[in-house]
Design a protein around this ligand. Sequence first.
Ligand SMILES: Cc1ncc(COP(=O)(O)O)c(C=O)c1O
Length: 373
Amino acid sequence: MKTQQYFRPTKAMIDLQAIQQNIKNLKKFIRPNVQIIAVVKANAYGHGDVAVAQAALEAGATILAVATPDEALHIRAHFEEPDILILGASPVSFAPIAAQQRIMLTVYASEWVQQAAPLLAKEAEPLQLHIKVDSGMGRIGIRSEQDLLALYQTIESIDNVELNGIFTHFATADEKDTTYFDEQVQFFESCLAVMPKKPLLVHASNTAASLVKDSNLQYDAVRYGISMYGLSPSSYVESILPFALQPAFSLESELVHVKEIKKGESVGYGATYVAPSNMWIGTIPIGYADGVIRKLGGQEVLIDGQRMPIVGRICMDQCMVALPKAYAIGEKVTLIGQQGQNRISIDEWATKLETINYEIPCIITARVPRIYF
Ligand SMILES: Cc1ncc(COP(=O)(O)O)c(C=O)c1O
């Protein structure tokens, strides 16, 4: 296969060994026979779905989970064997394609199954379904035992659909206070109790729940997302993690222009940054169209192992950095990652942008190639 050549030095480096190590470490903390569902939705949280899925399967994951039909088809085009589960809603029109492609769908309404049934009549294999229980997330899912039973019976009564799993999702698993979490568990348990027969896969835990909550809640599988990528779901979970996570994502570029400007000269749109003295300015070929959004103005980058601030407004494709001296064109710039003793973490960006670490690799756009090592 021909490797693609990239001419711009801006790239996201993805450490697949870190992803595998994170999964291997997790495996030690889940009960035997609990399957790992690798959550590779949203292009594997911005890391690249195909490469991450491959690494995750090699490290012991057995099922791949995505959010949308299109993500599932993309994964299936690269992987014939593993089970794929769509965690989000799918349109009824996707049902026959899902059956043909062996993609498991999430359902939470009897009407959906009834509407899908005639479309599935000609399919050789039954469509595999997972029932979603809304135990408190308030997103999708059945919200009462009666609705669950009705859905269960609808599935049982239709030939070309099969119930493979039932699951829920916790809203506060990464918090210390377990009051709300416990209520969610209780509702999910009461749903399981009314089911005439439990399906093959009962699953509830994301990484926070699987690592720091009662191991009985691992049921038959855990859905492992953020910590596979080496990030902690919250500072609380980080403080009690049973093992250190290895971040897999770094963001790099190079200086493409270096110049000295005089005291009083300005940099960038709006001429908002005015040099307080004669100084060196470097230009980095990365901007808001790459996901380095304008709110990151003032954020530091690493050059020569030292922190240096972005100055002036971030442009669409470029931004400028204050240098302590002249550096050569081609000098490496690390926007996220390690240089020498210094590290700029995804969490540092998340704090600066007043958001969560999950969002950061997702906002690095498709223009930035993902390079694997
Ligand atoms: C339904 C569902 N399960 C599992 C996960 C993975 O969660 P985490 O990344 O916190 O491990 C997500 C992530 O958003 C999700 O939506």
